[in-house]
Design a binder for this molecule. Structure first.
Ligand code: ADP
Ligand code: MG
Length: 451
């Protein structure tokens, strides 16, 4: 195919847009054979494993994706996101497990027979074709009548706001415009499922934000289910209905952006999503759930003392906490982690006697328009980050460098996580000195972009 750019060999969108509907494909087994699959599930992954040679890249992936859902696979580079997309698209076969798409078992079904399309980071447009011809390509392959192709291409280009560029060649378009053509080409056939592998990561920041909201709008208007891959947690939070956080070929947590951010399942997710402050705390008392004689349940709680406060004079930080999910195994003397986001922290005068807290000093303070973001070094050297809403009525709302402060938080705003071992090696040490924050992009208190 002389029109084909080289990278099309690995970017099969143009041939794949020819996918017939699943109902026309032979040798399939209906999803009703699968126990307990709800009707609203479009894609079901059960027990998916993938190994290359002896190396396991995906381990026991299970996931149901609903019709019309925007699901994001989020995780650091090399965790298996692209591999999972390639299995769904049919470019690779799983070592174990099954993929069902709209009731159809996909095993053995080649990529071009699946009602799935893929948008890649590299746009892979045909350089010798115009924008309109690129978008029309899949319909032409399907031998759709000319008139219909014209109408559908026009409508599609309107949807991605490219009508005025219909006769341009790809090389005369900006990166964002090229990506819009690639997306238009991938959705013009209305696939049931669109896979997007880091489609925005080549764009600059401002364009990326714009394309994020355009993609969301397009997804809503078309009603197509999206599986979107990114390593950018902000992008994942702002776009997704649900996020599956991945690490080393496994799902760490699947949940809504709010669930993932507010109640991370483990330290990895806590650190990967958003900015974190982690405080070690010692368990001083465990009071499990109790049912009284009338059958009323009293939620259990644990009592902890923040370790850093133990070396401090004055009131220590002893907190009653809702019993965390893992409390069954918790005993007095254990160490747990309290997760607090920068916006959860409250900063007081150091001699404020109304609030127990941790003493420290402000080593950096940045006015961000709506918030004042401060970096505070606690007495033991632990560096934390606080973000306070800017108070227009308080003209003195700012900190001097080295100003002494007391850091506290509202009881109940902390999220308790077990000490799963990773904190000692890769969280606490990272945040112990300010230099580390500047030099280590994976530090516990700065934005992470683990590409
Ligand atoms: P991600 O998209 O999350 O960055 P990938 O799915 O591309 O990760 O890769 C996951 C792991 O699988 C990596 O360690 C990668 O080297 C390995 N891998 C991917 N494709 C192949 C292949 N064809 N052969 C061998 N190893 C592979
Ligand atoms: Mg990848």
């Amino acid at each position: 195919m002389t029109d084909s750019p080289e990278n099309l060999q690995t970017a099969p969108a143009p041939t794949n847009v020819n996918a017939p509907t699943a109902s026309s494909t032979p040798s399939i087994s209906p999803i009703s054979n699968v126990d307990g699959v709800p009707d609203d599930v479009l894609l079901k992954l059960t027990g998916i494993k993938k190994s290359y040679d002896q190396t396991e890249v995906l381990a026991d992936i299970n996931l149901n994706i609903k019709h019309g859902e925007f699901l994001t696979l989020l995780g650091p580079s090399g965790c298996g996101k692209t591999t999972l997309l390639r299995l769904i698209a049919g470019f690779e076969q799983p070592t174990a497990g099954a993929i069902y798409l709209d009731g159809v078992q996909m095993a053995g079904l080649p990529a071009d027979k699946r009602p799935v399309n893929t948008v890649f980071q590299q746009y892979a447009l045909f350089p010798h074709m115009t924008v309109a011809q690129n978008v029309a390509y899949g319909l032409k392959l399907k031998k759709v009548p000319k008139d219909e192709i014209q109408t559908r291409v026009r409508d599609m280009l309107a949807m991605v706001q490219l009508e005025h560029l219909a006769n341009r060649k790809p090389q005369d378009l900006s990166g964002g415009q090229q990506q819009r053509v690639a997306i238009a080409r991938a959705v013009i056939n209305r696939p049931k499922l669109l896979l997007l592998d880091e489609p925005l990561s080549a764009l600059d920041y401002k364009l990326r934000l714009q394309m994020q909201s355009e993609l969301k709008r397009l997804q809503r208007e078309l009603g197509i289910t999206f599986v979107f891959v990114t390593h950018d947690q902000e992008e994942a939070l702002s776009m997704s209905d649900r996020i599956a956080v991945m690490k080393d070929g496994t799902f760490q947590q699947i949940g809504t952006p709010i669930e993932i951010y507010e109640t991370p399942a483990n330290l990895f997710t806590a650190r990967f999503i958003g900015e974190t402050n982690l405080f070690k705390a010692e368990v001083k008392g465990v009071y499990p759930d109790q049912t009284d004689r009338d059958g009323r349940l009293t939620n259990g709680r644990i009592e902890v003392e923040v370790c850093e406060a133990q070396a401090q004079e004055g009131p220590t930080t002893l907190r009653n906490l809702r019993c965390p999910d893992f409390a069954n195994g918790v005993k007095v003397g254990d160490i747990v982690n309290l997760l607090l986001r920068p916006e959860d922290l409250r900063i007081y005068e150091p001699d404020d006697n109304n609030h127990a807290g941790l003493l420290g000093r402000v080593i950096e303070s940045n006015y961000k328009g709506s918030t004042l973001d401060s970096i505070i070094e606690l007495h033991n050297g632990h560096i934390i980050k606080a973000s306070e809403f800017f108070d227009e009525d308080d003209p003195s709302f700012d900190y001097k460098l080295n100003e002494a402060v007391k850091v506290s938080w509202v009881d109940g705003w902390e999220w308790v996580l077990p000490n799963d071992g990773s904190i000692d090696s890769d969280v606490h040490d990272d945040v112990n000195t300010h230099d580390d924050i500047n030099s280590n992009p994976n530090s516990g208190t700065v934005q992470k972009d683990m590409s």
